[in-house]
Design a protein around this ligand. Structure first.
Ligand SMILES: [Zn+2]
Length: 234
């Protein structure tokens, strides 16, 4: 299956929080997208690999993902290794996405940084003819878009997600073990406080204000964005 967009996240729920609105919009425009999680998030304080897999499945359905894949790399141990790089190259070649989403290069969680490095390298190496990955043909996506998690950056692109706000929030909340749940007996984490959801919503609103719309998701690109016409440019 060929996809228009492929979104990589280190842990199940990273993509939902960072570019869930953009993915939902892509789906509503009739284009196919997939989510690739590097790990099962088994090192997280709350939940476990199996609970998180079910939640990830549910969130993918809410966003309208055509596929959700897990690279099954151990959580907290995403090594910058050749085998891990080839896993990313393989999945890019399999789905041939035009555009790719991944974490920004500077992050608090080292897994996010390494996921960024592996994806940004794979965006190049996936096009090398002499780099063999079974029967998959070489393929290089058009562009990588890097999303915001903990660390801030000056965005080079804002996506208006005003129409996707509710879907995005529902997809985040599908990760029941991770976010605020008054009935949970598990230890509290930063993510599980009610304030964390307020922060996420406030940030979407803030970037919306910066972009001149209600809610927006910010992205950073290596190269400048070029348009061929001004339709849709706000
Ligand atoms: Zn994460």
């Amino acid at each position: 299956m060929r996809l228009y967009a492929l979104a990589f996240g280190a842990h199940p729920d990273d993509v939902e929080m960072s570019c869930g609105g953009t993915l939902s919009m892509i789906h509503k425009h009739g284009k196919k997208f997939g989510i690739v999680d590097f790990t099962r998030g088994e090192m997280g304080t709350r939940g476990n690999a199996s609970i998180r897999a079910d939640e990830a499945e549910e969130a993918a359905k809410i966003l309208g993902a055509d596929v959700r894949r897990n690279l099954e790399i151990p959580d907290s141990d995403i090594e910058l290794s050749r085998p891990n790089l080839l896993k990313v190259v393989q999945v890019i070649r399999e789905f041939q996405p035009e555009i790719v989403f991944a974490p920004y290069r500077k992050e608090r969680h080292p897994d996010h940084v390494r996921a960024h490095q592996l994806v940004s390298q794979a965006l190049f190496y996936s096009g090398l003819i002499k780099l063999k990955t079974g029967s998959l043909a070489p393929y290089r996506p058009r562009r990588g878009f890097y999303y915001m998690q903990h660390r801030q950056f000056n965005p080079t692109l804002y996506v208006d997600i005003s129409g996707e706000y509710e879907t995005k929030v529902a997809a985040i909340k599908a990760h029941k073990s991770q976010f605020f749940n008054p009935e949970s007996k598990e230890p509290e984490t930063v993510l599980s406080t009610p304030e964390f959801m307020e922060y996420l919503l406030g940030r979407m609103r803030y970037f919306g204000r910066m972009a001149g719309v209600k809610y927006a998701e910010p992205f950073w690109t290596e190269e400048p964005i070029t348009v061929t016409d001004f339709n849709g440019v706000l």
